[in-house]
Design a protein. Structure first.
Length: 141
């Protein structure tokens, strides 16, 4: 029973869970971004929202950059904190602008992503990441 209520951190478990969280949420978001990437590469007319008034094409390109390309960086744990910034901005726009008038159920998934991205921004990518490998090679010099 004591072990169940123990509040000590097991560093190996924490780093593994950071890896799992990063990989899972990156893969989930890549599926959203891929559909939008296909929209760009298909050559057809762009039909996408313009929630912040910068134009539909620019909005789509920025969303694809965040949801697809930044998610690949998140998956690898490469430039993780920098990659999270566009993802966080995208989720803020989705939840608080695009779905502002919608009910909580519609906003809920975007809020989940936002909270996880904020957590990873603060916690970092963990030991099992390219960022960690780069950091180790920089310390040996």
């Amino acid at each position: 029973m004591k072990k169940l209520f123990n509040t000590n951190f097991n560093n190996n478990s924490v780093h593994f869970m950071l890896l799992l969280l990063r990989v899972a949420f990156a893969v989930f978001m890549i599926t959203h971004g891929y559909g939008k990437l296909v929209m760009i590469t298909s050559g057809g007319p762009i039909q996408f929202g313009d929630p912040i008034g910068i134009g539909t094409a620019v909005s789509l390109y920025l969303t694809v950059f965040a949801e697809f390309f930044c998610s690949i960086l998140l998956l690898l744990g490469l430039a993780t904190r920098f990659a999270l910034i566009p993802l966080i901005i995208t989720m803020i726009v989705a939840v608080f602008i695009v779905h502002a008038a919608d009910d909580f159920g519609t906003k809920e998934m975007g809020l989940h992503y936002l909270i996880v991205y904020l957590f990873l921004l603060v916690a970092g990518p963990g030991r099992y990441s390219v960022d960690s490998l780069i950091g180790k090679s920089g310390r040996r010099r």
